[in-house]
Design a protein. Structure first.
Length: 349
């Protein structure tokens, strides 16, 4: 936070300073200055008005809540019926209410992530909007395309790092207890044989969920079906969003973090990340195709080079480097090579 403005000649002890000459805080100069706005500070002044319609953010949040609850009702039905292996009659209203077990945890994780960025921006006086939640009722199995905020570019490497990592850490802190709850309230069904499942999809397990499943249930026997609690699917979505954002490329959170650590050499990390994603999309899982295309388009629009920030020559300190290592750990725990894949049988080993 900036210091108080300098006292003017009319200042009275014990009262707020009343400068005789108007002063303003310049993020570019990191000081109180007089005179007209510089182009850089004018950009910040315009950016401060971003997101000035709270009703838009509220409307998008409500729509996203509804579409995610609708999507979550499918996860709830699969949980109650053990993916169709049990015959259970459920009223539509009950199924819809059951979708809250997915939508509420998922939105808590997503909201914590975005507000982590938002409050980091507020701390550094960086203009930023409230989160825009994006509903997706028709073509998303989770009912949303995520959330974004609009923000001005941080002025220093330290601010860039802190803003970039604040979101993933906030989301991960909220995610961990929900992951324990979701996995511990899941269950295992022994099947006589592998059963056919027409038009089914299988969600790949991130490392964190795999470790928790091993801790609570051990190694599953043949023809055993692990039935995930809807909250676990909310955590799965949160882990996927964390992994995607921590890819060290361009304007993603991971791109901000890497640029804050290694500076302009981050362009080579962006290139490597794009090549890795394209390789995953072609040789491992087509579910990476959309994200690969989006990252290529993002790079085309904004360029390979991350926008320069101030104090490029100053180190960010050992504490932030340690947090950078923690970002790698979060990525490893969140990543799954095959996020979504078609499945013809359940209970197959």
């Amino acid at each position: 936070m900036p210091p108080l403005p300098p006292a003017g000649p009319d200042s009275v002890p014990g009262r707020p300073a009343q400068p005789s000459i108007p002063v303003r805080w310049s993020d570019q100069d990191n000081a109180w200055v007089t005179g007209p706005l510089t182009p850089a500070d004018a950009d910040l002044d315009r950016g401060a008005r971003v997101g000035s319609r709270p009703w838009v953010h509220l409307l998008l949040f409500v729509l996203t809540f509804l579409t995610m609850t609708w999507a979550g009702s499918s996860f709830f039905l699969n949980y109650i019926t053990a993916v169709g292996t049990r015959r259970v009659v459920i009223a539509p209203a009950t199924a819809l209410l059951g979708g809250l077990w997915f939508s509420v945890p998922a939105l808590l994780i997503l909201g914590a992530h975005e507000f982590g960025h938002y409050f980091a921006c507020r701390y550094y006086r960086i203009p930023a909007s409230l989160p825009y939640f994006v509903p997706a009722p028709a073509f998303s199995i989770v009912g949303t395309l995520g959330a974004v905020i609009r923000m001005a570019l941080p002025r220093t490497r330290k601010a860039l790092f802190d803003v970039g990592i604040a979101g993933p850490i906030a989301g991960f802190v909220v995610l961990l207890p929900l992951a324990v709850y979701g996995v511990s309230h899941s269950y295992v069904v022994r099947l006589p044989r592998a059963l056919p499942l027409r038009g089914g999809l299988e969600l790949g397990d991130p490392l964190l969920l795999t470790l928790l499943q091993k801790a609570f249930f051990g190694t599953l026997p043949d023809h055993a079906l692990f039935v995930m609690h809807p909250t676990g699917f909310g955590v799965w979505f949160g882990l996927l969003a964390t992994a995607l954002n921590l890819f060290p490329a361009g304007q993603l959170d991971g791109g901000h973090i890497v640029h804050a650590i290694i500076g302009r050499a981050s362009r080579y990390v962006t290139i490597a990340s794009i090549l890795v994603l394209l390789t995953l999309a072609v040789f491992v899982s087509s579910s990476w195709a959309v994200w690969s295309v989006l990252l290529v388009l993002m790079t085309y629009a904004f360029g390979l080079d991350h926008p320069a920030v101030g104090e490029e020559h100053l180190p960010i300190g050992k504490a932030r480097l340690a947090l950078g290592v923690f970002a790698i750990v979060m990525f490893a725990l969140s990543f799954t090579p095959v996020p979504i894949s078609p499945v013809d049988f359940i209970g197959r080993r």
